[in-house]
Write a protein that binds this ligand. Sequence first.
Ligand code: S3P
Length: 439
Amino acid sequence: MTAHPTPRRFSATGPLTGRLRVPGDKSISHRAVMLGALAVGETRVTGLLEGEDVLATAAAMRAMGAQVEKVGDEWRIRGVGVGGLLQPETALDMGNSGTSTRLLMGLVASHGITAAFTGDASLSKRPMGRVIDPLGLMGANFTPSPGGTLPLMMTGASPAVPIAYRLPVASAQVKSAVLLAGLNTPGITSVIEPVPTRDHSERMLRGFGATLDIAQEGGERVIRIHGEAELQPQQIEVPGDPSSAAFFLVAASIVPDSDLVIENVGLNPTRAGLVEVLRQMGASIDELDPREVGGEPVADLRVRHAPLSGVEVDPETAPSMIDEFPVLFVAAALAQGRTVTRGLEELRVKESDRLAAMAAALAAAGARVEETEDGLVVDGTGGDPLYGGGPITTHLDHRIAMSMAVAGLASKDGVEVDDTRPIATSFPAFEVLLAEAMA
Ligand code: S3P
C-alpha cells in the first residue's frame, strides 16, 4: 500500500451495462495456496485472486518452505508435505488479512515451529482469542499482545492433541483453523458447528485427499478430520468471488436502466445469502448457464435495475452473507420502506466495526439509518438518489470503501471516500471494472 491515503469521489454517471468477470474467490484462493503448500508435489491454480490478502498468504507459505510462483496465467505451488513446514526466519506480515492470520495459526499449531504474526492497524485490533482458545487446547503456546491481538508469537505442538470443539461463534475462520491444525494431529479432530458457515475448507480438504466425515447430529454439523493426513497435489480453478460480485449486484439494482451480466460468480449455498435477500427485496437477478467450477456451483448473473422494498433480514441467513451486509445497507438506503437487520454482532470485529462504520458513512451521504447493538435499521428513499457527501471514513476496510462507492453511483452530489487503497486487499480491479460497466 502507498504511504498516503487515496481519496476519490464516486458519482452517478449512468447505467451499468455489458458483461464483466469478477476475480477469484478470496476464501478459496487462500485455501488453495495453503493446501497446495502442504501437498507433496506441484499444485496448479488458475483464477487465483491476486489481492493483497492472498499474496500475504503466499508470502507466508514461502517463508515456511513452499515454492509459490506465477507462470503465465497459472500459479504453481510446490508443497512441503503435511508436517514439513519450516520455521520462518522473520515475522509473518499478514497485512490486513484476518483469514490468512487465523488459518495460518491453525497450520503452525500442529508443527513444532515458532512463528511471529504481525499486521496493519486494522488487523492488530481484531480478536485472536477465538483461535488461541482451541489451538491452545491442542497444545500450541501463544504470546499475544494484551487483549489477545497481534503482534503475536506462537509455538506449535508436535505432536498436537486432537480435540472436539464446539464453535462458540459462527466463524469459518475458527472452524478452518482447527481443521487445518487437525491435518497434522494424530487421531480425529472434530469441529461442531451449531450454525453452518462457509464450507470451502471441507470441500478443498477432501479434494486434496484428506479424510473428512461430515454428519448432521442433533441439529448441529459435525466435521471430523483424520490426521495425520497426506495431501495429493491438485489442479484447481478458482470460481469468481460472490463477495466481489455483490457490489455490482447492488449497483446495477439501484442505478436506473442498468442491465449487467456478471460472469463466473460462485454460488455455494453457504455464500449466496445476498442474492436471496436482494430477490426478496424485488431485485431482478437471473442465473445463466449454471455449472460447476473447482467443485463449487457457479453461474453468470444477469442483474437489471428494479425497484427495491425494505425487508427484515432473517438473522439465520447472516453467516451466508456475512461480508455482504455493508453493501446490503446501501441497497436498503435506496429501497422503499424499512430494512431491519439483527444478530450481526460479528460485524463489529471485521476489518472495521462495520455497523458503526456503515451507519456513519450512510448518514454522511444523506441516508436515514439507525444503529442498534446488533444491526442497522435503514429507512430507504424509495429509489430517489441520496444527497451524497463525505468524505466518509473507510477505517482501512475494503468493503466500506466499495460499498460507499456504490452509494455514490446513486447520489446527487457523489460520495467521497477518504481512502480507496484498501480495495486492493480483495478486489484490485474494482475501479477499472466499474468504469468499464459505466462507459
Ligand atoms: C472467511 C470467513 C469469514 C469472512 C471472511 C473470510 C473465510 O470470517 O468474514 O471474510 O475465508 O473463512 P469469519 O469466519 O470470522 O466469520
